[in-house]
Design a protein. Sequence first.
Length: 98
Amino acid sequence: MILVIGSAIVRDNGFDQALALSQEHVARSRAEPGCLAHAVHIDAENPLRLVFVEQWADPAALAQHFKVPASRAFAKALSGLAVEPPAMAVYETAQVAG
């Protein structure tokens, strides 16, 4: 499984737009093949920081996600609303039973 953790700190006057764009992106991404989970959260310590948590079946599914024109457009739009470049980390994981 592939785990993606991303975040963006957005301008105060662009927060509502960034959140709406993020929610649209999450809903669209959930319908893509290989998407196991996709969510956006508001950081409890910094309410201008959006945090993204994604789970993908495999690297190929994530690679396809990055090729979707709407995904690229979202990343560009979010970057334009951010006070610094958004961050993203990608991990290959195994689920642990428990």
